[in-house]
Design a protein around this ligand. Structure first.
Ligand code: FAD
Length: 420
């Protein structure tokens, strides 16, 4: 690697312009730190601009609940804090129960959540139909779990808003250029290498989504990170308001700020790549238990080789260099289930579709925090398909840790070193 005469020095360099990197940039710059953020493509071009936009506390691993509750408190004032419209609506989140087993799971989860003071309620059949008047009586819904304080926001808009507000506070950004290596000296993170130049900083945050494991591996940190290609479809605008985020057995749906319905089936395709072999043993169990939610696609290397860049869909989706086409079968699956539960959605036309690579860790909770053998390094990655809602609080915590403060929420469960 070429050396450099670049003596510029930042307090923190952030790798990745997803919601984690951009929110960390905002809170750090607002606190007066000199911030430089690198984004390989454009802000929100990976998961953060392509997700379904659920901002939920409900149904999470209980270790994430305090973080999710703190995040909701931030979301409530975020449009004002950032000075930008994020499409935020606190319309509640409903997960439908269609079996006795679903009801039992929801009951157990609600009990745990109550311990944290969350407002989650269990609804009976009649209450569920009263809350969702369009729900088909013959769909077999037995009840639901409902959290009124959950909400939704526009993913790409929110991610961009954080970055723009960070820039307002003096953050600097290099977009369209990737970080090739994290730099360390005597056991400390000292900067990053990009386009043959060393950019120096007192601290480095690795928030590179699905690319984090590869950047961290040379530093001796093992993160068995997998990627799942998940598909989203956007319909024509709905005729009436649909304010809740709703989870049917397999399909999540929410109305976007432009009136359209966004739908996505849980799970997706494991596109085979070299790291799939490296980390295969970590994922045996989930693949066995949920074969449909995690199909292995052995042809993906060929597709990546042959594909041309797809035109951006008719939606606010920042383009990416990744070859990440939507799966038409997942769109059919989502539309079929939506129509079964909400007959009014039966003839909705799909206006656009896209996919995104979800980065997962085997225990489905993120890696957030410092790394004992590399001082000055912070990691925020592996959000396993539910990081958008957490993003503001994670950024705020990263900014606190960089300043040597005790984070508002204990992040001990999320140690990046827990995989050895
Ligand atoms: C289809 C789909 C639906 C989802 N639905 C929801 C939902 O409803 N609610 C929810 O809470 N979560 C949801 N998620 C998950 C959520 O989107 C992610 O957990 C979250 O966006 C992760 O943010 P991030 O900043 O960690 O990663 P990313 O958004 O992936 O950002 C990482 C960034 O790093 C950049 N980068 C990578 N390598 C480098 C490098 N070497 N140099 C510079 N830049 C680099 C990438 O280009 C990317 O922009 C969904 C995800 C998908 C794909």
């Amino acid at each position: 690697m070429k050396s450099t005469n670049n003596t510029e020095h930042w307090d923190v360099i952030i790798v990745g312009g997803g919601i984690m990197g951009c929110s960390a940039a905002f809170y750090a710059a607002r606190a007066g730190l000199r911030v430089l953020l690198f984004e390989r493509d454009t802000a929100g071009s990976a998961q953060s601009g392509r997700n379904l936009g659920f901002v939920r506390q409900q149904g999470r691993d209980v270790r994430e609940v305090p973080l999710a509750m703190a995040a909701i408190r931030l979301w409530q004032d975020l449009e004002q804090d950032l000075g930008r419209d994020l499409g935020w609506l606190q319309g509640g989140n409903i997960a439908l129960a269609t079996s006795g087993a679903d009801m039992e799971t929801q009951e157990a989860w609600q009990k745990d959540a109550q311990g944290y003071g969350l407002d989650t309620q269990l609804l009976g059949k009649a209450e569920t139909h009263a809350t969702l008047p369009g729900l088909a009586p013959e769909a077999g819904v037995m009840g639901a779990m409902f959290t009124a304080s959950d909400g939704r926001a526009e993913p790409a808009r929110a991610t961009r808003a954080f970055l723009e507000a960070a820039i307002d506070h003096g953050a600097e950004v290099i977009a369209g250029q990737l970080v090739s290596k994290l730099d360390t000296t005597a056991g400390r993170a000292t900067g990053v290498w990009s386009a043959g130049r060393l950019y120096r900083a007192k601290a480095v945050i690795c928030a590179a989504g699905a690319k984090s494991a590869a950047l961290l591996r040379p530093l001796g940190l093992t993160l068995p990170q997998e990627v799942i290609r998940a598909t989203v479809a956007k319909t024509e605008p709905l005729k009436a308001a649909f304010e809740h985020c709703v989870s049917c057995p397999m399909t999540g749906m929410r109305q976007a700020a432009d009136g359209s319905l966004h739908l996505s089936v849980a799970g997706g395709e494991y596109d085979v790549r070299p790291d799939s072999l490296r980390y295969a043993s970590w994922y045996m169990k989930v693949r066995k238990e949920q074969p449909d939610a995690s199909r292995i696609n052995y042809l993906s290397p060929l597709r990546a080789l042959l594909s041309r860049t797809a035109p951006p869909p008719l939606a606010d989706i920042p383009p990416t260099r990744d070859c990440v086409p939507p799966n038409p079968a997942r769109i059919d699956q989502a539309l079929t289930e939506a129509a079964r539960f909400f007959p009014a959605f039966a003839n909705l036309r799909v206006r656009a579709s896209w996919a995104g690579y979800i980065d997962t860790l085997p225990d489905m909770i993120p890696a957030i925090g410092t790394v004992s053998k590399t001082g000055g390094l912070l990691v925020a990655t592996g959000f396993s398909g539910h990081g958008f809602g957490l993003g503001p609080m994670v950024g705020s915590i990263l900014a606190q840790v960089i300043q040597g403060q005790q984070p508002d929420i204990d992040i001990g469960h999320f140690s990046p070193e827990r995989f050895g």
